[in-house]
Design a protein around this ligand. Structure first.
Ligand SMILES: [Zn+2]
Length: 332
């Protein structure tokens, strides 16, 4: 038996609403799972992350290292500098805190970076080396895999694709900017479009699903109407698909990925979400008729992608994985 196959690592995904933790083996199989709601403020959240980790280690002894995925700007030292959708998380020393609480080596990266790694190893982009992951949820997250490895940039902040400016005069973004892709094409933006259309009388089916109050329309109501084949829901999904494609086309021009994996909460809508994106994407690419277009597919690991990817990141820290051992670091 390969000694590496017995290595167990934990992955923690710090989300806006919940902390999801898993223990995974060297084949990416989840052998334990725990979750707790995310409390407000960094101190309480770090404490709950430590509690999730304690629960996991009580359920499965032998965890050798820990990975953390966090939603924002994570530097190469494991400090979360900024998280647009987690108020108060600025300059939070995530790695140092989780190491102190657990006594284990800890690796921290952006949550979408972690998810991209998991989808490439075990999910929708298995066997691909040039991959762009886009998460459409409260915001828009991104992860870039090139040459089979995560692209982190010079400081760890690469792939913050949601904050590319698409319209300088557009709606405000959660980060304080304006007209960023996230403000125009996230799940939150889909809800705002639904409210605007409903308020001006263009989305009667969606409006009815929200109890007749335009202010109460959410992305959920738009998706539900579209899934039932109602014209206003489908038209809203088409407009949303165009907003996604405007940003995605530019990224495809830059990166030329083999596969674009779409994750995040909206992907539960399946082809109702993806087909308008696929239809609109070529219009925002260079010479779409003279090149191979990327596949646009749904993420397969669902809500577990970030936590599993974080557990993968931790493997390089696990002494028993053999990585960084004297034999392997010797230059022949
Ligand atoms: Zn922004």
């Amino acid at each position: 038996m390969d000694a590496g196959s017995s290595v167990l690592t934990a992955g923690l995904d710090l989300g806006g609403t919940k902390i999801l933790g898993v223990v995974a083996d060297a084949a990416g199989r989840m052998v334990a799972e725990q979750r707790r709601p995310t409390p407000p403020g960094p101190a309480a959240a770090l404490s709950e992350m430590a509690a999730v980790l304690r629960d996991l280690r009580a359920a499965v002894p032998g965890v050798a290292a820990v990975g953390v995925g966090a939603p924002g700007l994570v530097d190469l030292e494991g400090v979360l500098h900024y998280a647009p959708n987690l108020p108060g998380f600025e300059g939070v020393e995530v790695r140092a805190s989780v190491e102190a609480a657990s006594g284990l080596p800890v690796s921290v990266d952006n949550d979408a970076n972690a998810a991209a790694l998991a989808e490439v190893l075990y999910g929708a982009a298995r066997g691909r080396s040039e991959v762009l992951l886009v998460t459409l949820g409260t915001g828009i997250g991104g992860g870039i895999v090139t040459g089979g490895r995560l692209y982190r940039g010079g400081h760890g902040f690469a792939a913050e694709i949601g904050h590319v400016t698409v319209d300088p005069d557009g709606p405000p973004c959660a980060c304080g900017g304006r007209g960023h892709w996230e403000a125009l094409a996230s799940g939150t933006a889909l809800g705002r479009m639904g409210r605007e259309w409903a308020a001006r009388g263009d989305a009667p089916g969606v409006l009815a699903r929200a109890g007749g109050r335009a202010d109460d329309v959410l992305g959920y109501h738009v998706g539900a109407a579209a899934l039932e084949g109602e014209a206003d829901g489908l038209a809203l999904m088409s407009a949303h698909g165009r907003a996604v494609a405007i940003g995605l086309g530019g990224l495809v021009n830059v990166l030329d990925p083999e596969v674009v994996v779409i994750g995040g909460g909206l992907v539960e809508l399946g082809d109702i979400l993806l087909d308008p994106i696929r239809a609109e994407l070529p219009a925002f690419m260079e010479a779409p008729g003279r090149r191979t277009l990327p596949l646009v597919v749904a993420a397969e690991l669902g809500e577990h992608a970030g936590a599993v990817g974080a557990a993968v990141l931790a493997r390089t820290l696990a002494p028993s994985a053999g990585l960084g051992s004297p034999q392997e670091s010797t230059v022949p």
